[in-house]
Design a protein around this ligand. Structure first.
Ligand SMILES: Cc1cc2nc3c(=O)[nH]c(=O)nc-3n(C[C@H](O)[C@H](O)[C@H](O)COP(=O)(O)OP(=O)(O)OC[C@H]3O[C@@H](n4cnc5c(N)ncnc54)[C@H](O)[C@@H]3O)c2cc1C
Length: 553
């Protein structure tokens, strides 16, 4: 066995002159080259200063998990060599790479073979997944995938602009504490997906192929693999110790892996406006319209995505012209004047797409041999553009759980261990899910006076700025996924609304509306929290699965 140590960036932090992105990219290319001529490569980034404890800790954990040794306090080549010699009875897998560049290491190169079966490998053309929150971008960085938003004409997103009854307010993401590269990104979903597919298929241990999975192969309650139809029409079977099922919102494979309670509160009607300007460039635009919100955001340097929410499970008919009439007479008058001409011209051109907005709380049925992920597992209203952030955050959680494991063949033990996934994902997932569901209800128009007050109060609360906008926006962006903070802000909005009703002179009618506002707010948020799971959401540390340790091999 050949072991190669490479000390990287010795004692020096990232050169200021070089963009972090570029630097990381260079690191990765060099690492990939090294991979070819050694069995084990350990790349050390001898970072200094504040990062040192973090570096030692993280690298220590990775090494400890791969080589079965306790975490080390001092990471240097001698210690590692000693560690490896000491543990030389452990079976090493070829091409194991333990890498860490700055805070990053590359566990996707851990030698595990991955077979990806995707129904259609051509570039998707969809109206979904076009705005990635900054929290999602941070997850891309953690996964070493941030370059997937490069060279696709992706646009940076720095926050939101809210519009209501002729008034507007700008809400910026609180990005001050982050690297200048960190922001939201909006793009053509298909271009982003293709970049990720290219990246996956460039890895020697990943096999990406086109095929439609028809069923899961089960044996004695354990999932052994999948049956699929290949591109050439052949029926094939693929076996693996762990099958990750992520076939999206229309999943036909999730049936035995979860208890799906799908709700379709509304549909999005999607249009692309060309060659016009947004009132606030590099911001998502949310119009609090009647009956429900309308979104605008730039997806390329020349195109603006418009998503019009239509409550209910059906949209007016496209074929008989009802939809374009609805868009021109009901929607157009409510959108910012700068966009109206382009909006009407786009409707006249007729390239209108629709998509149901689904929400489904995570209700897993842990099954040996399989794990459900992405929209197949958990969905929320797309108003806040949180789906990809939740999916990427789940991937990071799963990646970290799988990293210490050498062998996935003991399905029952693995399944028990992976139950911790459902709790560990909760802070991010439940915050984004709850906020999406609650905001959709609050932002939609209602004949109920109390709900109108709540909507108005929400707009005004966010317009206050400072902590009143930073708090909710950092929750929405995935930058600060804290469920408790979400509940505090939600009820602060309600209390703010009641205060406005009662001051300066409360009348019996206003007191009554205030009471209904509080009860309406509770009626919105508590059912969502109940579906998310109160204990997992607020007290994850009390859930026994939270403490599951990797199975010993
Ligand atoms: C209208 C709308 C707008 C949205 N906008 C945003 C947004 O702006 N930002 C955001 O973060 N999220 C948004 N979302 C949510 C986001 O799109 C999803 O959360 C995200 O795409 C989930 O990723 P996924 O991989 O689970 O599913 P998908 O992206 O749907 O991927 C599933 C994949 O599985 C493949 N597949 C399906 N069945 C099979 C099969 N039988 N065999 C083989 N392959 C199969 C499909 O071809 C597809 O490639 C939006 C959702 C909707 C409905």
């Amino acid at each position: 066995m050949s072991v190669k140590f490479v000390a990287y960036n010795n004692g020096v932090l990232l050169p200021q002159s070089k963009p972090k992105r570029l630097y990381k990219c260079e690191c990765r290319i060099r690492l990939m080259k090294m991979l070819s001529d050694a069995d084990v490569i350990v790349v050390l980034s001898c970072v200094s200063g504040a990062l040192l404890p973090f570096a030692r800790n993280t690298l220590g954990k990775v090494i400890a998990s791969h080589f079965g040794s306790p975490a080390t306090s001092h990471i240097n080549p001698q210690n590692l060599r000693r560690l490896l010699n000491y543990q030389n009875t452990v079976k090493y897998r070829r091409n194991l790479l333990v890498a860490m560049c700055q805070q990053e290491y590359l566990p996707d190169h851990d030698g595990r073979r991955v077979r990806v079966i995707e129904r259609d490998l051509t570039e998707p053309d969809r109206i979904v997944g076009e705005l990635l929150q900054p929290g999602g971008y941070l997850k891309l960085i953690e996964l070493g995938l941030e370059d997937c938003v490069e060279d696709i004409d992706a646009q940076r997103v720095f926050g939101y602009a809210l519009f209501k009854d002729g008034r507007n307010t700008r809400l910026s993401y609180p990005l001050e504490k982050f690297h200048s590269d960190v922001a939201g990104r909006s793009f053509h979903n298909g271009r982003f997906i293709q970049r990720m597919r290219e990246k996956a298929s460039s890895l020697p241990n990943v096999q990406l192929e086109q095929g439609t999975v028809s069923s899961l192969l089960e044996d004695n309650g354990t999932i052994k693999g999948v049956m699929f139809k290949s591109k050439s029409g052949e029926i094939k079977k693929a076996y693996a110790p762990l099958t990750i099922v992520c076939d999206g919102c229309f999943s036909n494979l999730r049936g035995s892996l979860c208890n799906p309670q799908v709700d379709v509160p509304s549909c999005f009607v999607g249009l692309i406006l060309e060659n016009c300007q947004l009132p606030y460039e590099n911001h998502g635009h949310v119009v609090l319209a009647d009956p429900s919100p309308i979104l605008f955001y730039r997806i390329s340097s020349t195109e603006i995505r418009c998503l019009v929410d239509v409550p209910g499970q059906k949209v007016p008919s496209v074929s008989n012209g009802d939809l374009s009439k609805y868009l021109k007479t009901v929607v157009a008058p409510q959108i910012p004047p700068e966009l109206q001409d382009s909006f009407i011209a786009t409707v006249d051109k007729g390239n209108i797409r629709t998509m149901p907005n689904r929400s489904m709380p995570a209700a897993p049925l842990p099954t040996p041999g399989a794990l459900l992920m992405g929209d197949a597992f958990n969905m929320r209203h797309p108003l806040t553009g949180g789906g990809m952030t939740v999916a990427l955050s789940d991937i990071v959680v799963l990646r970290n759980l799988l990293m210490p494991l050498h062998d996935l063949h003991d399905s029952y033990t693995l399944c028990q261990y992976l139950e911790s996934f459902y709790t560990l994902r909760k802070p991010v997932a439940s915050t984004i899910n709850t906020l999406a569901g609650a905001l959709y209800k609050v932002f939609s128009a209602s004949p109920d006076e109390a709900r109108q007050e709540m909507r108005e109060a929400c707009f005004d609360y966010l317009s206050l700025g400072g902590v009143f906008s930073n708090g909710p926006v950092s929750l929405l962006s995935g930058l600060n996924p804290r469920p408790l903070s979400l509940v505090v802000h939600f009820f602060a909005v309600a209390v703010y609304g009641v205060g406005r009703l009662l001051l300066p002179f409360p009348s019996p009618k206003r007191i009554w509306i205030g009471a209904r506002l509080i009860s309406g707010a509770s009626g919105i948020i508590f059912p969502i929290i109940k579906a998310e799971g109160v204990r997992q959401m607020f007290f994850p540390a009390t859930v026994p699965a939270y403490y599951r340790t990797p199975p010993t091999e």
